[in-house]
Write a protein that binds this ligand. Sequence first.
Ligand SMILES: Cc1cc2nc3c(=O)[nH]c(=O)nc-3n(C[C@H](O)[C@H](O)[C@H](O)COP(=O)(O)O)c2cc1C
Length: 171
Amino acid sequence: MAKQIRGSKNSTYGVIATKICIIYDSKYGNTKLVAQQIADGLKEVPRIETMIGYVKEVEEKKFVDCDVMIIGAPNHMGKPSRAITKFVDNFPEFDLKAKWVAVFDTYFQRQRYFEKAMEKLEYHIKKKLPDVKVITHGLSIKVNGVNGPIADGELPKAKAFGKKIGCLLIG
Ligand SMILES: Cc1cc2nc3c(=O)[nH]c(=O)nc-3n(C[C@H](O)[C@H](O)[C@H](O)COP(=O)(O)O)c2cc1C
């Protein structure tokens, strides 16, 4: 799998690098924290370049040439937040290089909400970009209350998720 996914971009070190963009939405900062932890996990894997962007500020040129996109949103009414859905809706208008994707969400309600937004986000991306493949099952992170904080023991899962994706890419 590594050969299929690996990018062809020369990094500053002159070795083949895979460029990963993490795009997130966040109202209270919890999903942003998860995105940063995922990036920290990716940093532990060599030959990976990571870029993080807040969905409402990220420039098109920053993500169109990514090999992999990791997209995250807070669960809003059982769905990914509107800003992320809108971002995905615009995918067909961009000449996206990415052929691989992974998703994550944050949620606070009871067990039945667990993974809901993440699953819907994955489904939505597949509908918009049928050729894009999911690298690994998405991540769902629990927060305590609408504005957080992130529940005990959840953040390490985000770092591990990033590292896992990096290892899958590099092989
Ligand atoms: C408008 C709104 C609707 C929400 N609906 C849900 C929901 O249906 N299920 C749930 O588990 N959490 C829900 N939440 C809680 C969010 O998941 C929580 O605010 C979010 O994970 C925090 O992430 P953030 O700090 O990145 O915004 C909702 C929050 C808001 C603001």
